[in-house]
Ligand binder design. Structure first.
Ligand code: ZN
Ligand code: ZN
Length: 152
């Protein structure tokens, strides 16, 4: 082999390498594009999740430190509006304090299953919460039935 063919070979190799490196650059570009796409998709996902979790009108620019109450569906302050609940992931109850105190004023009738204010239940000193397990209409219906049958 003479020097000329070596030069030819060298220039051919350099040309191939340039071609290859431009191809690599193209691949790099595509990877960058994919990264950008992935970021855009996760951003869009986060936006959609915010939209779903927070009803319109209750979206706050500062979502940090806020939590949506599972009962009234309002975004409230995580640290001041929710009771502590160490078992839960964020350490706070899923209902806000307002909803909890509202719920505690109510009772579920063991007969009809209706959720009513405690005042709708007759007082019962023997019971733990001081009220009968059945609501007034259910108790009344039951006593009517009982006395009605007795009277026959
Ligand atoms: Zn609530
Ligand atoms: Zn009832």
């Amino acid at each position: 082999m003479d020097g000329v063919s070596f030069d030819k070979l060298r220039s051919k190799l350099v040309a191939e390498r340039t071609k290859l490196s431009t191809r690599f650059e193209a691949v790099d570009d595509k990877i960058t594009m994919l990264d950008k796409l992935e970021a855009a998709v996760s951003e869009a996902k986060a936006l959609i999740e915010d939209e779903v979790l927070m009803p319109p009108g209750q979206q706050t620019p500062d979502v940090k430190g806020k939590k949506m109450c599972q009962r009234c569906k309002k975004a409230k302050n995580l640290h001041t509006d929710f009771h502590r609940a160490s078992r839960l992931k964020d350490g706070r109850a899923s209902w806000c304090k307002d909803c909890v105190s509202e719920y505690q004023k109510t009772k579920t009738c063991r007969k009809c299953g209706a959720h009513k204010p405690k005042t709708e239940f007759n007082r019962d000193r023997a019971s733990r919460d001081g009220r009968f397990g059945w609501c007034r209409p259910c108790s009344l219906a039951q006593s009517r039935k009982y006395y009605g049958n007795k009277g026959k």
